[in-house]
Design a protein around this ligand. Structure first.
Ligand SMILES: NC(=O)C1=CN([C@@H]2O[C@H](COP(=O)(O)OP(=O)(O)OC[C@H]3O[C@@H](n4cnc5c(N)ncnc54)[C@H](OP(=O)(O)O)[C@@H]3O)[C@@H](O)[C@H]2O)C=CC1
Ligand SMILES: Nc1nc(=O)c2c([nH]1)NC[C@@H]1CN(c3ccc(C(=O)N[C@@H](CCC(=O)O)C(=O)O)cc3)C=[N+]21
Length: 296
């Protein structure tokens, strides 16, 4: 089987167009412009790239973008004071604190200081609990983007066997919750999982979120399975820096029914979902109906 390529870049462009359309209506009919604040502490070059493209795409869909760049030595107190200010700023509907934070800052403390209604990353414990109990929440952007692509591919996911490789709070766990919410039979695999190849071979849906370049070879993939590759790994090959996923794309594409490429798969969907979440937060804050098709 030669896999269908799931074009995340094109899908994300469609999501952003829907967001832009709704933002224009919000402005026209209610005089409201959604605002997203992104906080970056330190100068991690990879993070700077994401923050720049987030800012650019935020403006492109007609929202206000507020970037806060703090130096790497910023104290916890100063960071918490900024979050408090953003929590109380009515022009800010979404707040994202870029992770990872420098080691001297307590990530849990910082994330849980964000007003859950403005937590467009969906990382606050209230949103985590709401998602886990099937209540309305802010849903983490990367898993939401993966879910949108899977629903588009299959319609209903009910009864499918899904394996999520990785159990992080930002990708693996919320991804598993969303798949469970759509009635998949979900297995969460991690570094202590025994016989990972056989676990993956059972799956109709494989989501790889490990952070190990090309770790999943094609012969782990069941014929016809859908493969969602979340991994973003920068490697050196033939003297050039390249971006590869957690799945060995060439061999997996020979067996999968459908597969997301890296780049151009999950990554662009993450940013599109961040904008969708900001729009959703803005509508909720103003007691307006939520945009359809952009939430989980
Ligand atoms: N496309 C996008 O928008 C995004 C991409 N990413 C990318 O996704 C990847 C994962 O990110 P993140 O979840 O933050 O990573 P973490 O490092 O937080 O988690 C990695 C997970 O993979 C598991 N793991 C590590 N080695 C193995 C192994 N040999 N076999 C099975 N499981 C293993 C770990 O298990 P254990 O818990 O046992 O240690 C852990 O649960 C990264 O490449 C990251 O860059 C992340 C966010 C967004
Ligand atoms: N609070 C927080 N929320 C996040 O959502 C968050 C974070 N911290 N820290 C880092 C990770 C990583 N992440 C990506 C977003 C977009 C691309 C993306 O657009 N990737 C492009 C390629 C980009 C490139 O060329 O470097 C693609 O895959 O096609 C990748 C990775 C969000 N993260």
């Amino acid at each position: 089987m030669v896999a269908q390529v799931i074009d995340g870049k094109a899908f994300a462009a469609k999501v952003r167009a829907q967001v832009a359309d709704k933002v224009a209506k919000l402005k026209e009919e209610h005089g409201i412009t959604p605002g997203l604040a992104v906080v970056l502490v330190g100068e991690d070059p990879a993070s700077q790239v994401y923050v720049r493209s987030k800012g650019k795409q935020t403006v492109e869909v007609g929202m206000n973008s507020y970037e806060h760049k703090l130096d790497a030595e910023t104290s916890e107190q100063d960071l918490l004071a900024l979050i408090d200010k953003l929590n109380n700023d009515p022009a800010v509907h979404g707040i994202l604190v870029q992770l990872p934070l420098p080691k001297h800052l307590n990530e849990d403390l910082v994330i849980n200081a964000i007003n859950p209604a403005k937590d467009v990353d969906g990382f606050h414990i209230s949103n985590v609990g709401l998602l886990a109990t099937g209540q309305k929440a802010m849903v983490p952007c990367t898993p939401l983007g993966c879910l949108m692509m899977l629903r588009d591919q299959h319609g209903s996911l009910s009864g499918m066997d899904a394996v999520v490789i990785g159990r992080s709070n930002i990708v693996g766990k919320p991804m598993a919750q969303l798949l469970l919410g759509d009635s998949c039979t979900v297995t969460i695999a991690h570094s202590r999982t025994r016989n990972l190849p056989d676990v993956v071979r059972r799956a109709d849906i494989v989501v790889a979120a490990v952070g190990r370049p090309e770790m999943v070879p094609g012969d782990w993939i069941k014929e016809g399975a859908t493969v969602i590759d979340v991994g973003i790994n920068r490697i050196e090959r033939d003297g050039k820096t390249r971006l590869v996923g957690d799945v060995d794309y060439a061999s997996a594409a020979e067996r999968a029914g459908a597969i997301t490429p890296v780049p151009g798969g999950v990554g662009p969907m993450t940013i599109a979902c961040l904008l969708a979440n900001t729009l959703t937060a803005c509508c909720r804050a103003n007691g307006l109906p939520e945009p359809e098709g952009l939430t989980a």
